[in-house]
Structures are given as structure tokens and as C-alpha cells.
Design a protein around this ligand. Sequence first.
Ligand code: IMP
Length: 423
Amino acid sequence: MAVDLLLGLQWGDEGKGKIVDVLTSKYDIIARFQGGPNAGHTLEFDGQKHVLHTIPSGIFHDNSVNLVGNGVVIDPVIFKKELDNLAKHNIDYRSKLLISRKAHLILPTHRLLDAASEASKGKAKIGSTLKGIGPTYMDKTGRNGLRVGDLELEDWKERYRALADKHEKMIAFYDVEIQYNLKELEKEFWTAVETLKELTFIDSEEYLHQAMKDGKSILAEGAQGSLLDIDFGTYPFVTSSNTTAAGACTGLGVAPREIGEAFGIFKAYTTRVGSGPFPTELFDEVGEKMGRIGNEFGATTGRKRRCGWLDLVALKYAVQVNGITQLIMMKGDVLSGFDTLKVCTAYKYKGEEITHLPYNIEPENLQPVYTEVKGWKEDLTKMTDAESLPKEFNDYVDFLEKELETPITIVSVGPDRKQTIKR
Ligand code: IMP
């Protein structure tokens, strides 16, 4: 069977965790393919809220296997905290959680390097989550990294020491004030590594290949969003992995021809956390209201997210780069109560109107051009079927669907599993 994809189409935080959880009953295997604990996937059901960082969002369902693929970077310390939290909720994760031997490990010194690199950038900082993501992927592409499979080697500790010592020299090179006690950090790390070693490590590309042959259904769960992609995002204000569809192929060892549906998920408006350009950002009470009602605070860092109108130019770009076949619109409920809504349908770029995402979207070159549509007053959070949705809401969705030339098949009207409407 084909591998379906679930991808965030904006700057992350679109609500992937909730939708994977909703879709999981349809799939035998849920596989994460990139990113690491910089992600925060939030799931709400039975009156409880859960946040996952590295573990796939299918873990709360009994019948699905959850795979952490080779493209993911794992911090054993954060991973252990996630496992402890699952154990607290009586989730038997051992029987349904598999880890690729080829996934790279985030060491305590990777986190310190992240902090040193950001501190050295001053005002030009990326706004990283400081989870060591960039330095770990740098070691991966620089061919210096340590992988999960290395934990099974006799000389693992020597390999660790050699890399950590090298990192310490690099931290000193940055010449910034970073306070740390590596001994303490390592104590926590070694304990967490022992917990990680109790899990099942596999050659995951082989496992997935066999699963496909056996007719198993697979959902590849993306993290972050297309505009944070290392190649296609708003570089350098991006993360260090390919968050787009191609990342699922390299991050799981799945061939392009095996990809089936590509579900693209977006919010009815736009948010961004961290630095970098954001053409439709609002600095007024409208943006403030979106942030307040939408509870726009990072699930990983608690940082306030920047809010703005929906940017259809950027969204179209993401649909194109990913080959999206179905769209899922989140947080429609947050837009209730506005008389009119604005949607960015073009940019004024160096005096000319354009409808594509140019190389440079810095505000000095580019301003959004808006189309206004009618808003709705009704509270959507109690609505359970497409028929009860207000006309203006349906008009908004129809307008987006037409512009994006892709069907919007699910709309979400609240954080709970139940607040999900199929169209
Ligand atoms: P890093 O991946 O932690 O280095 O962060 C790089 C940029 O991506 C920063 O602007 C972060 O705020 C952003 N970022 C990383 N992961 C996420 C995410 O899961 N959601 C939203 N933004 C993220």
C-alpha cells in the first residue's frame, strides 16, 4: 500500500498532532520522518491535553505501530520525559514504538552549541527552540554524528567522548557567555540513554518496505511546516530539515512512487514563532485577538506566536512544492466574530503585483495585497456536521478551495478530537 503524508503548510503549529490522532484509526503505522524535539504536537481527548515532541501522534491508539524514522533527531533526555509521561497515563508504549537505528542523537553539547550559535548572532538570531536541532543536523551532514545504532556498539562511550570534547572546543570558539555544567547534563543523558536502549531499534527502511509488501497502511507525520523547510522555507529563518514531501522519502527510505495522498494542513489564519519575515503579520488588536482566542503560545517553548491574516500566495507555494492532494483547515472557530476577513491574494513586490513567492520576502521589498471576504458571528466549536456551519464560513472555505485548486476535506473547529468536521 502507498504511504500517505501529513504535512504542515505554514510556519509550523498548524495542528498536525490533532489530525494525526484523528486519522490514526485508518492507519497501521504512523511514522515521523524529520525534525526532533523542536516540535510540539498537541492532542486533546477525554478532557486531557497531551504534548508530544518526538514520539509519533498515533501512540494513544491501541492498534497502530509508531515509528521514529531515520530522518528524525532524538534527544534521549526529552524522549525519556515523553515516555515517563506516557507511562503516567498507562500507555503501553513498549509494544508499539519502534526507533530507526539510523536516527541521529542529540547530545547535551549539541544543545549548548545551539545556545552559543544563537547568542553569537545577536539581533540576527533565528529564534531557535534551542533543542540542538541545527548542530545535530550539521554533524549528520558533516559526517560526524552519532546514531541510535551506535548505542549498540562496544566503543559507543569513546565515540561519545570524542564528539563531546570536540563540541566543547567549538563552544569556546564562539566566545560568548554560556553557563553550563556538562557533568550534570551528562548524568541525565546517560540515564536517559539506558531508558532509550530498552526500546526496540530497527532497520526501519527494511521494516517499512516489508510492511508495504504486506499491505499495511502507513501515514508519515511531518513536523514544523513548509515555510520552515531548509531548502524552500524563508532561509535562514528555517529549521535544519526538509519539512516538505520529499523529506518523507529521505527520512523514511520510501521511494517517491510509493507516496499516495498528501494531506496538507493549514490554519484559517497564519502564525509564526521565532524570527524571520512574515508578510501578513498583524501588530494591532486583530492580531492580538487571534492570539488570545487561538491560544497561540508555543507547545515546546511557551513563546507567544506572531499572528496575521491567511497568506494564500505562500500557501499556494506550499501546495505546489508538496503535491498536496487534500487540504485540512484548522482553527476556523478562532475567526468567529470578525465583520470581514482579509486574505492575502498577491504581493506588491518592488512596485509590481505578483502572485508567487519571490526569493526575498523581507518587508522592505514586499507588502501584502488583500481580498476582503465576509466574516461570521456564530460560535463554531459546538458544531458537529457540515450542514450546521454558517454560510459565510462555507463561502470562506469555498473561496480558499478555488484559489488553491485543491479540495478542503476536513475543517477543525476546536482542539478536541470530536471538533472535526468532514466535508
Ligand atoms: P530550530 O529548529 O529549533 O532550530 O528553530 C528554527 C526555527 O524554526 C525557529 O524560528 C523556531 O521557532 C522554528 N520552529 C522549529 N520547530 C518548530 C515547530 O515545531 N513549530 C513552529 N516553529 C518551529
